[in-house]
Design a protein around this ligand. Structure first.
Ligand SMILES: Nc1nc2c(ncn2[C@@H]2O[C@H](COP(=O)(O)OP(=O)(O)O)[C@@H](O)[C@H]2O)c(=O)[nH]1
Ligand SMILES: [Mg+2]
Ligand SMILES: [Zn+2]
Ligand SMILES: [Zn+2]
Length: 496
């Protein structure tokens, strides 16, 4: 782990130093005692020899006064020697032994304590990972589009950057910044409440504690992507609480055009043509009553990107998005367009898209295969919502709209609404010879669900637009990906 601007936790540094200091200290004391006691028996022995020699000399010189004094000195020195020698020997052997035993006990207790702390550390580290995995907490940077594993968090006190704010040697649940402030290192100890930024492009992250659902909205130029995204979000804003008990909150990014586009749409003006050649994130929160909030991002992009595999291949969000939403303008199906034209419909009012849908799809598929190193034979393992736009085209309601779905359900007892939607939409694609497209979506994506929608309700004529069927595909994706938002009641297969 890179060095962090934080103090190393006592148990990961200081505690070892204290232990080594204590053990070395007690050995140093023992050594000191030995060096103090060591000369004493030698000194006593020397004094004894000295006194004994003097005694022998005084005996031979028959100096009785000296004999008495020297006898006293000899006895005293001998006594001193016999006392200091065992004392020294016992200190020499017993004290280091005691010291060793006590240090060993100390070491065992210390290692036991350390082991417990490391176990707690490992469990905390894993629990934090597991908690985020189970709760599906992750982040996608809406500017560089990369998946963020470890955001850079700022110390709320001194502003210094902590780029690995996880349980570590700097602290298990909390760490102390070099400035002295305490910072949570896990989800549950408050890490997610700190300000943070993307480690790749340094853009600020508003909030890191959410389930991230990033949905690239795919479709050729004029397919109806921008209208769909805006009207779907607006519809969700109005009905999420009443229909699904989900609290809505928009989360604008830098240069966010949602408010401006919505105000145009409310006046009956279609949005400006999207010229972005990189995904633009329109993000909003959906908060269930219980559990973690979800950040849903619908990503818009200029449809021309589906003519440019190089630009498409640089859209990092494509690699980690679990679901895609493909908007199809029925007018981009040549046989259908011709039929409408033959029936005298003025298709110019519908801002028709002329990019063939199989071309858009095949560029998306090959780009994803290249970006994620997936073989052309394998599935992409993503869910796909295929949304037909411009449902107000004359006669389309009877082919794929509510009327068609209900008719299908009546004539096919036991069919659910979602199944019926798939059946009528697949029939529609087959009727107009889009077999290539249909086979590709079915073989490449995990679950494919078809929807019919009309973002505007009618061609732009200055009157207010009225959307239809725009929020369902988004709710379907949220339900599919989220473990905690359950809309089975809505998609209740049996209820139809
Ligand atoms: N009649 C009608 N026209 C629509 C609808 N949705 C989009 N359009 C028109 O289709 C054209 C392209 O829409 P837009 O959302 O900009 O497509 P994008 O290029 O995929 O983003 C515009 O002229 C819109 O007015 C709809 O539901 N009904
Ligand atoms: Mg657009
Ligand atoms: Zn600090
Ligand atoms: Zn970034």
């Amino acid at each position: 782990m890179r060095k962090q601007p934080a103090k190393v936790n006592y148990f990961f540094g200081g505690a070892y130093r204290t232990l080594i200091k204590t053990i070395l200290g007690s050995f140093a004391k023992t050594f000191g005692l030995i060096t103090v006691l060591a000369p004493l028996p030698f000194k006593a022995f020397f004094l004894f020899i000295k006194a004994f020699v003097a005694l022998v000399v005084s005996i031979f010189s028959l100096d009785f006064r000296d004999i008495w004094d020297n006898t006293k000195d000899t006895v005293f020195a001998l006594w001193s020697f016999t006392y200091t020698l065992p004392t020294f020997l016992s200190v020499l052997i017993l004290t280091p032994t005691m010291c060793l035993i006590l240090s060993a006990i100390q070491l065992v207790i210390f290692l036991g304590l350390m082991f417990t702390i490391y176990v707690v550390y490992t469990i905390t580290y894993l629990l934090d990972l597991l908690f985020r995995k189970i709760k599906q907490i992750s982040n996608t940077c809406r500017y560089c589009q990369r998946k963020i594993k470890n955001p850079i968090y700022f110390c709320p006190n001194c502003g210094v950057e902590h780029d690995m704010l996880i349980p570590s040697k700097y602290g298990v649940f909390k760490r102390r910044c070099e400035c002295g402030a305490k910072l949570g290192t896990t989800f549950l100890s408050g890490r997610e409440k700190l300000e943070s930024k993307c480690p790749y492009c340094e853009s600020g992250i508003a909030d890191t504690s959410h389930v991230d659902i990033t949905v690239p909205v795919v479709g050729g130029p004029s397919a109806g992507k921008t209208c769909f995204i805006h009207m779907a979000i607006s519809d969700i804003e109005q009905n999420s609480m009443t229909d699904h008990k989900l609290e809505y909150e928009y989360d604008p990014g830098i240069d966010d055009e949602f408010a401006m586009n919505m105000s145009n749409l409310k006046q009956g003006l279609a949005p400006n043509k999207t010229s972005d050649m990189r995904l633009r994130f329109y993000s909003f929160y959906l908060k269930p009553k219980k559990g973690i909030k979800h950040l849903i991002s619908l990503c818009d992009v200029g449809g021309e990107i589906y003519d440019d595999s190089e630009s498409l291949g640089t859209q990092a969000a494509l690699t980690h998005s679990n679901a895609f939403l493909m908007v199809i303008d029925p007018l981009s199906m040549m046989d259908y367009r011709k039929e409408l034209e033959q029936n005298g419909v003025d298709i110019s009012k519908f801002g028709p898209s002329s990019k063939p849908i199989d071309e858009v799809l095949s560029l998306l598929i090959t780009t994803l295969e290249n970006m994620c190193n997936i073989s052309a034979k394998d599935m992409l393992n993503r869910d796909l919502a295929v949304v037909f736009s411009k449902g107000d085209l004359p006669g389309l309601e009877e082919k794929i709209g509510k009327t068609a779905v209900e008719e299908y359900m009546t004539s096919h007892a036991g069919t659910t609404r979602l199944q019926a939607q798939n059946a009528v939409c697949e029939q529609f694609l087959k009727e107009y010879d889009e077999f290539g497209f249909l086979n590709a979506v079915k073989s490449k994506f995990k679950v494919v669900q078809f929807f019919a929608s009309s973002a505007l309700g009618h061609a732009a004529d200055g009157s207010a637009f009225e959307s239809n069927g725009v929020s369902e595909p988004v709710y379907w994706i949220v339900d599919k990906i989220s473990a905690s938002i359950d809309l089975t009641e809505v998609w209740d297969e049996k209820r139809g």
